[in-house]
Write a protein that binds this ligand. Structure first.
Ligand SMILES: [Zn+2]
Length: 474
């Protein structure tokens, strides 16, 4: 048992795991279909917030619902640490909403009935993010019930709109920032590198999402009667999309890379040393080859380089057989994943200017910005990261690795900017656990090690903060 984990707490969690009580407990949470994207499920998202609030109260924290203009968040706290307000405070983040379960026919067992098969728990939200929230719930409960206290003050914010872009969450955070004050933030919503490596994520990409509409004639035309007489929006859009990259896979939009902070050599060396199984990764992807911007490895491209990708294209007739029409319009969805210090608003403007410049004659183009989020990166050499790595190593019995993540968690950048404290992204999911897809699953041994790791994390991070107040994160 790791020195930071009280024996009684370790025993309690071991007993809970042996009886399956932890899984039954989580199953009740999973049973609530808190699908934030689908309006008919709005009452369920509220129900899951209430369930979690009550569960956190049972664990020994004070808890309440925080309303937003959209789905509600849950806030809980325990502020009884020795030293009171002067004691270190950790803010934990997670989300209780889930992705839609469709297509239902591809699930082996019903998505909202958590089922155990071969050491895995299946169900929507088991890993993203209800199971990871539960690691904290069970860890906090075990500490409070067995020792009557936590090693530091703990605040917990669990949002209800993460899967739909956190539209109202920034406003909530801004309004509640005094209540949320903390010395470090702990987020459990990212995957581990692989089963053998507990991981701390120190970087997330941002996002700029746009829609390009190309309009030609005001209605579809007979391609025999009119083809060759006017510009074809489908062809024009293809020309625009083809202009987005050069032959070396670089984004060919003027100014796109101006604010990109180049990955330092030491970071590239560290990434090269990670035990990344590229062949295995490619197998799970199912593509013939790993391809992208030249001069960078696959992990570097996924974590530290920006992209400009087509998400969808629509134009003309796409049904069976042949239909001879010249389409009146064409539409493409474009997503740019951003890295520090790119700004989503600026990138969107650059894209708009580029499309206007390259659009061929005879069509009208409209580029609409749908949404955006800023990238984030912390300094992994900060002592708080080292402290967290120790706690993970103790719980997993394996060395901790430092990774970045190609996706986005809007909350992280927001809270990092507001609180100016280190954010630790410590997740217990695996990359192939089908988050967002049918048959989402959670490795039960990671669920349990993750819970144990949380117990150690609170203590290690608190001790580290107490020794010397952390400098602001990058
Ligand atoms: Zn998530």
């Amino acid at each position: 048992m790791a020195p930071r984990i009280p024996a009684a707490v370790g025993e309690r969690l071991a007993k809970l795991a042996a009886s399956g009580g932890d899984v039954a407990d989580l199953a009740a949470f999973v049973a609530i279909p808190s699908v934030s994207a689908q309006p008919p499920h709005a009452p369920d998202v509220r129900r899951s917030a209430e369930f979690l609030r009550d569960r956190l109260r049972k664990a020994g924290l004070t808890a309440e619902i925080w309303e937003t203009q959209g789905h509600p968040s849950v806030y809980a706290e325990w502020l009884g640490a020795a030293g009171g307000e002067a004691a270190p405070t950790i803010l934990i983040y997670g989300h209780h909403d889930v992705q839609p379960p469709e297509p239902l026919e591809q699930w082996g067992t019903p998505p909202f009935t958590a089922s155990v098969r071969d050491g895995r728990l299946y169900g929507r939200g088991v890993v993203d993010d209800k199971g990871q929230v539960y690691c904290h719930v069970l860890a906090l409960e075990a500490l409070l019930q067995e020792t009557g206290r936590l090693p530091c003050n703990v605040k917990l914010i669990v949002e209800g709109e993460e899967e739909v872009g956190s539209a109202h969450f920034d406003a909530l955070i801004e309004k509640k920032k005094e209540r949320l004050r903390a010395d470090a933030v702990l987020v459990s919503d990212t995957p581990m590198l692989d089963r053998d490596h507990p991981s701390i994520c120190y970087g997330l990409r941002g996002l700029a999402y746009l829609e390009i509409e190309v309009a030609g004639p005001d209605h579809d035309l007979h391609s025999g009667g009119y083809g060759g007489g006017v510009a074809n929006p489908g062809t024009a859009l293809a020309e625009i999309l083809a202009s987005l990259h050069d032959k070396r896979g670089r984004v060919a939009v003027a100014g796109f890379y101006d604010d990109v902070v180049r990955m330092p050599g030491r970071e590239r060396k560290a990434i090269a040393k990670l035990p990344f199984d590229e062949a295995g990764w490619l197998k799970t992807v199912g593509a013939p080859a790993a391809v992208g911007e030249q001069g960078w490895t696959t992990l570097e491209r996924l974590w530290g380089r920006p992209t400009c990708d087509v998400m969808g294209v629509m134009s003309g007739y796409t049904g069976p057989g042949a239909k001879t029409i010249l389409p009146s319009r064409a539409l493409a969805k474009i997503s740019c994943r951003l890295v520090p210090d790119q700004d989503p608003g600026k990138v969107a403007s650059l894209l708009q200017a580029h499309v206007r410049k390259v659009a061929p004659a005879g069509v009208r183009v409209d580029v609409r910005v749908l949404h955006g989020g800023k990238p984030w990166r912390a300094e992994p050499r900060h002592r708080v990261f080292k402290a967290a790595a120790r706690a993970l190593e103790a719980a997993f019995g394996k060395p901790t690795v430092f990774i970045r993540e190609g996706g986005s968690i809007p909350f992280v950048r927001t809270i990092a900017d507001i609180l100016q404290v280190p954010c630790l992204l410590v997740g217990f999911g695996l990359p192939d656990e089908n988050a967002h897809a049918p048959n989402e699953w959670l490795d039960l041994s990671n669920f349990r090690k993750g819970t144990l790791a949380c117990v150690g994390l609170y203590a290690e991070v608190a001790a580290c903060i107490r020794k010397s107040p952390p400098k602001p994160a990058e």
